[in-house]
Design a binder for this molecule. Structure first.
Ligand code: NDP
Length: 299
């Protein structure tokens, strides 16, 4: 069903911080919008803007052919939808709940068995960014299904990126970006713990941290030549080899110990570098530790 001049009705299940923003975007986009939430009071503002509050999950699902789900976990979603299998027939479920790739794949199969169609999505934004043209949301599942609903889904985030027929792929992208964020974030907190041992404030350090991120870290992680080398398993380097990086990690660990701050996250990273040097890869790039991440049993 291509979008026509009369927008099709949409249902949104789950009105947490994110669900409210999603439903609001559909209402603003002119779609008749039915909403359901365990705590019905969360729907008040949306109902004032014209949304309809369903009395049950079943009512919300049968109100629209397109049903967007955004709950805290897949487990919650399963508990709510399990009893309603017949209602799923003929519906398109777009699930924007965060979970694991396997959660998404299992849910896709389950919806299909009950006669529904399924797209899984991953929102790379906070609720305040919902509805903006640049907001990125990943989607996976049938490409034809995505294209049918693309104009409607673009109301949620204009940068609606279709990735794969594999329903698990959007969450793989999502969680891969998140793991990059947590690695950098935790590293930054470690840096500030070390700085504070000499009474250096985060504000004082900021210009140098910013320069470091822009001049070294961002180029390192967004270099297409390095990405290709990683894809090819090419670990040659004439920049900074495993030996040098092993020593670098040792210096941070020793300095941190001297100052009495935690080295917990550095020890396993250092251990991988030590192992790769012992295996004879001291002249290779630090990138080679990916082998041990891929196969942790060899550590
Ligand atoms: P909230 O905690 O604000 O909302 C959680 C939602 O799940 C509410 O609708 C809540 O209902 C419902 N819920 C929880 N437990 C149950 C239950 N046992 N039965 C029925 N309903 C239940 O979370 P968000 O809206 O922020 O997040 C929702 C999803 O969106 C998550 O998977 C999150 O990872 C994802 N997301 C969120 C982002 C954000 O910045 N907020 C960013 C990207 C993705 P009730 O109101 O009744 O408690």
């Amino acid at each position: 069903m291509k979008s026509t001049s009369i927008p099709a009705s949409v249902s949104v299940i789950g009105l947490g911080n994110m669900g409210v923003a999603l439903a609001d975007a559909f209402v603003k986009g002119g779609h008749p919008t039915t909403v359901w939430n365990r705590s019905a009071d969360r729907a008040k503002g949306l109902v004032e803007k014209g949304a309809v509050l369903a009395g049950s999950v079943a009512e919300a699902i049968t109100a629209s052919s397109l049903v967007v789900v955004c709950l805290s976990t897949y487990k919650v979603m399963q508990e709510l939808l399990e009893p309603l299998q017949s209602e799923l027939s003929g519906r398109v479920i777009v699930n924007l709940t965060t979970g694991t790739p396997e959660d998404a794949r299992k849910t896709a199969k389950w919806v299909s068995v009950h006669g529904g169609q399924y797209l899984d999505g991953a929102i790379m934004a906070v609720p305040q960014m919902i509805g903006l043209p640049e907001t990125l949301i990943f989607y996976g599942g049938s490409k034809a299904l995505f294209e049918t609903y693309e104009p409607t889904l673009k109301l949620l985030g204009g940068n609606a990126a279709y990735l794969s027929e594999d329903h698990g792929v959007p969450l793989i992208y999502d969680l891969s970006l998140l793991t990059m964020m947590y690695g950098a974030w935790y590293g930054s907190l470690h840096a500030h713990a070390l700085l504070s041992t000499a009474n250096i404030t985060a504000t004082e350090f900021l210009p140098y941290a910013t320069n470091w991120m822009n001049q070294l870290v961002a180029p390192l992680l967004s270099d297409p030549v390095a990405a290709r080398a990683r894809d090819e398993g090419n670990f040659k380097t004439d920049v900074s080899n495993m030996n040098t990086n092993k020593l670098g990690l040792e210096h941070i660990i020793n300095a941190s110990k001297e100052q009495g701050i935690s080295v917990d996250w550095l020890l396993p990273v250092h251990e991988l570098a030590v192992k790769k040097v012992a295996e004879g890869y001291g002249a290779d790039s630090f990138e080679r530790v990916i082998e041990a991440i891929r196969k942790p049993q060899v550590i």
